[in-house]
Design a protein around this ligand. Sequence first.
Ligand SMILES: Nc1ncnc2c1ncn2[C@@H]1O[C@H](COP(=O)(O)OP(=O)(O)OP(=O)(O)O)[C@@H](O)[C@H]1O
Length: 339
Amino acid sequence: MKGVASSVRDVLVLDKVKVDFKLDGTFYNAVDSVDLSVKEGEILAIVGESGCGKSTLATSIMNLHDPVTTRVSGSIKFEGEELCGASPKNLEQIRGAQIGMIFQDPLAALNPLMRIGDQIKESLDLHTTLSSKEKEARVEELLSKVGIDDVKRTVRQYPHELSGGMRQRVMIAIAVACKPKLIIADEPTTALDVTIQAQILDLLKEIQQERGAGIILITHDLGVVAEVADQVAVMYAGQVVERGSVGDIFNDPKHPYTRSLLRSMPQTDTVDDELYVIAGNVPSLKKMAVDGCRFADRIPWVESAKHEAEPKLHEVSSRHFVRCTCYQDFEFPLEGDMK
Ligand SMILES: Nc1ncnc2c1ncn2[C@@H]1O[C@H](COP(=O)(O)OP(=O)(O)OP(=O)(O)O)[C@@H](O)[C@H]1O
């Protein structure tokens, strides 16, 4: 739903969320001080290259990390309730009922030994007081809602009998079965071909508009973001380096990383242009510099004085923020210099 009014309620508010993983006995930072919010009826896209911490952030909201090897701190408020440090019983009630999750690989997320109908019903068993008959009707209604034609047949099938697109539809049916207030979709269309991708995105938009749920959409595909998002957070090396409306990010990107990502996007009207490739990689956790601008290594032509010692998010316009001062007069080097 483009242009969600600012008076609309926040469904989720993250405040200084930090996640560290223990590797060989030492904790390393994977997500650093993330402040984000998702409003009712809003799609927030989280984008960035592989290894930026997008999935780690999402699984922290759902509290899906092993507490022995993972440290999560900060505040994660869902509908005003603090999830960081909440009891397993509380979290159990919220997961699946009030927060639905859609993963990239439905085959891994679905139970291979259980019929589709039973898997959807299981979620209703856990979180509703519907009678058996009502649940059966609801399972069929959900499958038909997500665009499955032969509902009676699908109810009796096992995951391996369905196509990738059908399985993703089933995951969405499970995620929305209990009418959640928030849906977290982690790369929901990455494994699907382009036509099915478009259908799944349309379905997500439809669900969000109909139910007013907030959606966090994790993706590395900026085309998908431009298509469906209201707000965008760009992550690099565990930090949000820029956030703003989809218009801010696509029409007035500020951070060198956001600009590099956009430059590397294929342009349909300029097919002859070579794709710009950002040199370097997202550092691994052990190699990540935690002080200073984490993107500095990838733009070595920018003088160190242009970076902040402790990069902060600066508000450049209402709800549009960018990290570090290096964006201020950032220029790409001339083509010959880049090689
Ligand atoms: N359980 C874990 N233990 C240790 N390190 C982890 C764990 N999960 C993720 N990481 C590391 O944390 C960093 C962030 O990973 P994450 O999967 O969140 O990135 P991502 O942006 O979602 O990437 P992708 O798009 O490939 O899923 C990476 O360096 C990854 O190797």
